[in-house]
Ligand binder design. Structure first.
Ligand code: FAD
Length: 362
């Protein structure tokens, strides 16, 4: 008899399982995959290189609470991510900064001059309603066309004007020369990898782990009081309110007989090829090895659900499922798929810690 059955052993499920076990609850956590860690799962490939099975995962947060909580289960290595975009035969910093603007337009402007240069190019809107307007209002047409339009179309199979403003609002534009991809206070990677961190989280006498198990197949056999569900919410309700759209990816891994493949961790290809970006794992992990493994990401409509697609229509469709949730006191939804939110790892951890507090204060 378990107090909680937790579905999904990614960040959402593992944080909740760990917190509940620590509070004395008996927890069974199940995942249909053959490993823990969800989409953050990493492993050593056949060449001995640490890779992320579901695409590159870079940890960054401004939340001291999230950082300190996870620090119980891992040591960290400092890591600042850097990205270049391949545009018109040049490799230019992303997010767009003063270097990008100088090289792209063939000028030599300082910080203040970049500011007024952009001010002349910006489009103005009374009200920003979508991702296209977000970018046009920040940088104007030329940069929008070369750096954002094609990338967004490949990534989402939607043009920026079809996507919520929140999607492109995540991407900063800088007038200085800061070429870091993130500016969060904590920019770190788990020193022994994500999977090791998950192993430590779930290594608790009150937690049982069951892999390669779809919870629907065992829910009649297992006795439990409450359910925490971190899979796709529409699947939980057998799609009664219609399927929620997700975007998926195909990952092509390549190992090369060189110690370094490209000049930075990630290169974006906004206007060429079918893949969006190429990432070289050794930058992220700090591993030293004579060979190197890269991954190319090909966005697709079919496959594992990775990204909830943030459009106004889909937000409405999710609201229809949310109305269902209220009917069940003993079922709690968490995580990227359980709450249909385009959340980063740290946001999922914060959301799970909040849910745990709510459960304990009932
Ligand atoms: P998941 O990790 O998806 O875990 C859900 C688990 O539930 C899965 O393991 C699934 O198998 C299991 N499950 C589903 N249904 C069932 C069922 N019926 N029975 C049993 N098990 C089930 N975030 C960052 O902060 N930084 C990044 O750099 C970053 N990069 C990313 C790159 C890619 C390509 C992707 C796709 C995401 C990235 N993210 C990144 C986001 C990050 O992956 C998520 O925030 C995080 O993994 C979400 O955790 P979760 O527990 O909600 O979901």
């Amino acid at each position: 008899m378990y107090d909680f059955l937790v579905v999904g052993a990614g960040f959402a499920g593992s944080v909740l399982a760990e917190r509940l076990a620590d509070a004395g609850k008996k927890v069974l956590i199940v995942d249909k995959r053959n490993h823990i860690g969800g989409n953050a799962y990493d492993f050593y490939n056949e060449h001995g290189i640490l890779v992320h099975k579901y695409g590159p995962h870079i940890f960054h947060t401004n939340s001291e609470k999230v950082f300190h909580y996870l620090s119980r289960f891992t040591e960290w290595r400092q890591y600042e991510h850097r990205v270049l975009a391949s545009v018109d035969g040049q490799l230019l910093p992303m997010p767009i900064n003063a270097t990008t603007i100088n090289k792209f337009f063939g000028v030599n402007l300082n910080h203040d001059q970049v500011e007024s240069f952009l001010a002349q190019r910006r489009n103005s809107f009374d009200r920003i309603t979508n991702s296209q307007e977000v970018i046009l209002a920040k940088v104007g047409t030329e940069l929008y066309e070369k750096f954002f339009r094609g990338y967004t179309k490949k990534q989402w199979d939607l043009y920026p004007e079809q996507l919520d403003a929140s999607v492109c609002a995540r991407i900063p534009i800088r007038t200085n020369a800061d070429d870091r991809y993130f500016t969060d206070i904590y920019q770190v990677m788990p020193a022994q990898g994500y999977t090791k961190m998950f192993e430590r989280m779930l290594n608790h006498p009150n937690i049982s782990v069951l892999l390669q198990t779809d919870y629907k197949k065992i829910q009649e056999e297992v006795r439990f009081n409450e359910l925490i569900y971190t899979g796709p919410i529409d699947e939980y309700f057998d799609y009664v309110r219609g399927p929620l759209p997700y975007r998926s990816l195909r990952f092509d891994f390549e190992t090369h007989e060189v110690s370094t493949y490209q000049p930075v961790a990630t290169i974006n290809y906004p206007n060429s090829y079918d893949f969006t970006r190429v990432t070289e794992f050794k930058y992220l992990t700090g591993q030293t090895h004579a060979r190197t493994t890269i991954v190319k990401e090909f966005p697709t409509a079919n496959g594992d659900p990775y990204y909830p697609i943030p459009t106004p229509e889909n937000a409405e469709a999710y609201e229809r499922y949310k109305a269902e949730i209220g009917k069940y006191d003993a079922v709690h939804f968490a995580g990227r798929l359980g709450t249909y939110r385009y959340y980063n790892m740290d946001q999922v951890v914060a959301q799970s810690l909040t849910l745990f507090n709510n459960l304990m204060s009932r």
